[in-house]
Design a protein around this ligand. Structure first.
Ligand code: CA
Length: 488
C-alpha cells in the first residue's frame, strides 16, 4: 500500500440540466459529480437527488418504514481496453463512507459486491446531497496491476425500498387471468391470495393454494398445477424497485460502455420504424462522441426481452416477478376492485398514463403523501412511479414452468461476448426461442395505448406471454433484493 497514485481519473457524469427538470421525473433529478480516484483503492464522488425521503408510519397497527435510495455501481476502463468493466466493491459496509445522515449497504451477487445502496439513515424528505461519498474498490480482485490507470464512471439509479411483509395478490373487477386463492370457482368473486412468506407454494385449484382465474392455455394463464419453489422471489422478502422505468439517457450510457460487438446487438435504432424515431419517442442516437439521447429522461422503449435482461445484468439488478409487481404497487393494503397502481379503481387525469412522452411526477410514499397524494402522482403505496400506464413492463411469470425456475440471483455486471445477459435461471435468451415462445416472462402494468383494464395492478392479460420483439410500448425497470434480505 505504499504507492501513491495520483494519476488517472476522469470524471464523466451524466450531463443533465438538473435544475430545469427538478420537478420532473427520470434521471435528470439525480446527479453524480466530481468523481475521482483516491489512492489506488477508493472512488470518491458527490451525489444528490431531488424528492428523496425516509418515512415511518402506521398501517393497520403495524409500523411501516421505507425510503428511496441510489443504487450505485462503478465501471472502469483501463488504458487501451476496448470496453468497460464492472468494479468489484468491498462487501464490508464499513469500508465505504458517506456524510452523516447517510447509510451505505453493499449489494452482493454471490459473495461479490457489485454496487451499494446509499440512503437516508433518519426520516426526512426533499433534495438530498452527499458530498465526498467514498467507496472501496477491490482493485486486486479485479486484477488491476499496481499503478494501472483507469477511467471511472459512477452510475446511480433511483430505487425504492419495499420492506419485508405479507401482502395480497389478485383483486376483484375487470382483470384478465388474475391471481386468486385456489378454492375460487368460475363465476365467483376473485379471492385475493395472501403471500405470507418465501416458502414454496403450491399452484393448484385447491384451498390454501395460489391459483389464477385463467387456468391453462392463454396468454394470461396461471399454468400447470405445480410448485413455486422457495427460491422464486415472492415479494415477501425486502427488495428495492427502481423508482422509474429505465431512461433513454441510462440506456445510452449502457451502450457506450459495451464492446462494439455487444453494442451492435443492443442498439435497436436501425430497426425502429421512422414514425417512432426522428423526433418521436426514441431519441438515442449514435454520434461522433458515442451514443446520446436527446431526451435522456424519457423512459426507453423499443427494447426487446434480451435488451432488458442485458441492461439489468450489466447494472447488477434483475427483473421483478409478477408477485413482486403487485407488492410494489399495493403494499400491505387489502385489494380494491379494479385497482390501479395509485390504490383506487378509478382512472386519473394524467397525460403520462396514455403516452410515453410526458414524464410522470416524482412519487412519494403513502406515509408522506397519503391516498390523495398517490392519486395525484399516480404512484404506488411505496412511492414508485408509472407502474400503471406509460410503458408496458417486463415481469417474470408464475404462469409458465420456465418462469417458475427463476431465482433472486442478480446480474454480475458483465455480459457474454454477444451482448446477452448470462445469469442462471433468467428466462432467455429469446434469440433461441421460436417466434411465439411463451417462455418464462410476460408483461405487467400497461401499456399506454390499450384497453384501460390492462393498467390494473392484478391484470395478467399478457403476463404469461413472452413476446421477445421490440415495440414502442415496451419498457422495463429492475429490482434487487435488499442487503441482508433474500441474499443471492
Ligand atoms: Ca452476467
Amino acid at each position: 500500500m505504499s504507492k501513491t497514485t495520483r494519476t488517472f481519473l476522469i470524471v464523466i457524469s451524466a450531463a443533465c440540466p438538473a435544475a430545469l427538470f427538478a420537478r420532473v421525473a427520470g434521471a435528470a433529478d439525480l446527479n453524480v459529480a466530481n468523481v475521482e480516484r483516491v489512492g489506488a483503492d477508493h472512488v470518491r464522488f458527490d451525489i444528490s437527488w431531488t424528492n428523496s425521503w425516509r418515512a415511518s408510519w402506521t398501517e393497520a397497527g403495524a409500523k411501516v418504514t421505507n425510503w428511496d435510495a441510489a443504487w450505485i455501481f462503478v465501471k472502469y476502463r483501463t488504458k487501451g481496453a476496448a470496453s468497460w468493466s464492472h468494479a468489484t466493491l468491498s462487501s464490508r459496509n464499513a469500508d465505504h463512507s458517506a456524510p452523516k445522515g447517510a447509510e451505505i449497504r453493499a449489494g452482493l451477487t454471490g459473495d461479490r459486491a457489485v454496487g451499494v445502496f446509499l440512503h437516508r439513515s433518519a426520516d426526512g424528505k426533499g433534495t438530498w446531497t452527499n458530498k465526498g461519498v467514498k467507496l472501496k474498490w477491490l482493485t486486486k480482485d479485479d486484477k488491476l496491476a499496481d499503478g494501472a490507470e483507469a477511467e471511472l464512471f459512477v452510475h446511480a439509479l433511483e430505487m425504492v425500498y419495499v420492506p419485508r411483509g405479507a401482502f395480497y395478490v389478485g383483486s376483484e373487477g375487470k382483470v384478465a387471468g388474475c391471481f386468486t386463492e385456489g378454492s375460487w370457482e368460475k363465476g365467483d368473486p376473485v379471492i385475493p391470495f395472501k403471500i405470507t412468506g418465501e416458502a414454496e407454494l403450491k399452484v393448484a385449484p385447491e384451498r390454501g393454494c395460489l391459483y389464477g382465474t385463467a387456468g391453462l392455455g392463454a396468454a394470461h394463464q396461471i399454468g400447470p398445477v405445480g410448485k413455486l419453489p422457495a427460491e422464486f422471489p415472492k415479494g415477501f422478502a425486502p427488495f428495492y424497485c427502481m423508482k422509474y422505468e429505465v431512461s433513454q439517457g441510462r440506456y445510452a450510457e449502457f451502450l457506450n460502455q459495451l464492446a462494439a460487438k455487444q453494442t451492435e446487438k443492443r442498439y435497436p435504432f436501425p430497426t425502429i420504424p421512422k414514425r417512432f424515431s426522428g423526433n418521436g419517442i426514441h431519441t438515442v442516437r449514435k454520434t461522433a462522441e458515442g451514443f446520446a439521447a436527446t431526451k435522456p429522461d424519457r423512459a426507453v422503449n423499443w427494447v426487446s426481452w434480451d435488451d432488458c435482461m442485458a441492461y439489468l445484468d450489466w447494472a447488477g439488478l434483475r427483473p421483478m416477478t409478477e408477485l413482486e409487481f403487485e407488492k410494489a404497487c399495493r403494499g400491505p393494503l387489502k385489494p380494491v376492485k379494479d385497482e390501479y397502481a395509485w390504490g383506487t379503481g378509478e382512472l386519473i387525469e394524467a397525460a403520462w398514463l396514455w403516452a410515453p412522452l410526458p414524464q410522470p411526477p416524482a412519487p412519494l410514499p403513502m406515509g408522506i403523501c397519503g391516498p390523495e397524494g398517490r392519486i395525484k402522482a399516480g404512484c404506488t403505496y411505496w412511492g414508485i412511479a408509472a407502474m400503471s400506464g406509460h410503458l408496458r413492463e417486463r415481469t417474470v411469470t408464475v404462469g409458465h414452468i420456465e418462469g417458475r425456475r427463476f431465482t433472486a440471483v442478480c446480474g454480475d455486471g458483465s455480459l457474454d461476448e454477444t451482448g446477452m445477459a448470462n445469469v442462471p435461471n433468467w428466462p432467455g435468451p429469446s434469440e433461441n426461442w421460436p417466434a411465439a415462445a411463451t417462455a418464462g416472462g410476460g408483461f405487467s402494468g400497461g401499456p399506454w395505448y390499450k384497453d384501460k383494464a390492462r393498467l390494473r395492478v392484478s391484470d395478467r392479460f399478457l403476463s404469461s406471454c413472452l413476446r421477445k420483439q421490440r415495440d414502442r410500448s415496451y419498457g422495463f425497470r429492475g429490482v434487487r433484493h435488499a442487503p441482508g434480505g433474500k441474499s443471492k
